[in-house]
Design a protein around this ligand. Structure first.
Ligand SMILES: *Cc1c(COP(=O)(O)O)cnc(C)c1O
Length: 236
């Protein structure tokens, strides 16, 4: 199947999942997770109508930006970001989805201030409490929201999560529901819908469950581009 056919199929599945949940399909964005796919594949996905692109690695982002690969679509950063690399990402992407520590918040705020911009971000939540994963603990989010004035050059637009790898269909529903509850709590506390505008959750295997639980942005790689070829990966 071509990228175009895949995007069309995913759109249909998104729409069906939204309608089944009594939601407006238009409120859910499709973010193409473009890691390990080249500029030509990224352009095809944009032409097929994805809403945005999400890149994982600073090196890939920089290379594809230089090739104008994302022209016509917003670009997001969705991978783990080291504080010493923020200057390659801040001001270069529309949204940093994967902000996973206060140290990183501080570094992004400082770089944004230096550039004279406000950087939009999402707070990444380690919803499964996994040792191996970065992200804020669910209980850290509401207290953190109170501390956001300490970061004047950052604008929080919502939450993102990568749940544990599931064993079977439906395994992640409980995590998606928890994420949705945190989002609702933020809105209730801050009376600010914009601060919880995005709830980024759901990937190739579980995006219909995520939509049923309130996701407003799914990040899809494999179902758009096919399986990633890890043999091509340069070890860095
Ligand atoms: C790769 C990736 C995805 C997409 O995963 P697929 O299973 O290929 O759809 C989503 N989010 C993040 C952060 C990723 O790194």
């Amino acid at each position: 199947m071509s990228i175009k056919e895949n995007v069309a199929r995913i759109r249909k599945e998104m729409e069906a999942a939204a309608i089944a949940a009594g939601r407006d399909p238009k409120e859910i964005l499709l973010c193409a997770a473009t890691k390990m796919n080249d500029a030509a594949a990224v352009r095809e996905a944009i032409a097929a109508g994805v809403d945005c692109c999400g890149e994982n690695k600073v090196q890939e982002l920089t290379a594809k930006l230089a090739e104008n690969a994302y022209e016509g679509a917003p670009v997001h950063f969705i991978g783990h970001l080291q504080t010493n690399k923020v200057k390659f990402v801040v001001g270069k992407v529309d949204l940093i989805q994967s902000v996973d520590s206060e140290r990183l918040l501080t570094a992004i705020d400082k770089e944004a201030k230096k550039q004279g911009i406000i950087q939009d971000i999402l707070l990444e939540v380690n919803i499964g409490g996994e040792e191996s994963k970065s992200g804020f603990r669910p209980d850290d989010i509401l207290p953190l929201v109170d501390k956001l004035p300490e970061y004047p050059n950052i604008r929080v637009k919502g939450l993102m999560t990568i749940p544990p790898i599931s064993q079977k269909n439906g395994d992640n529903v409980k995590f998606f529901q928890k994420m949705c509850n945190i989002s609702v709590d933020i809105i209730a506390k801050k009376e600010d819908n914009d601060m919880a505008k995005y709830l980024s959750m759901g990937m190739s295997d579980d995006f219909t469950d995520a939509i049923a639980c309130g996701s407003t942005m799914i990040r899809v790689g494999t179902a758009i581009f096919g399986a990633r070829d890890y043999t091509k990966l340069h070890q860095t």
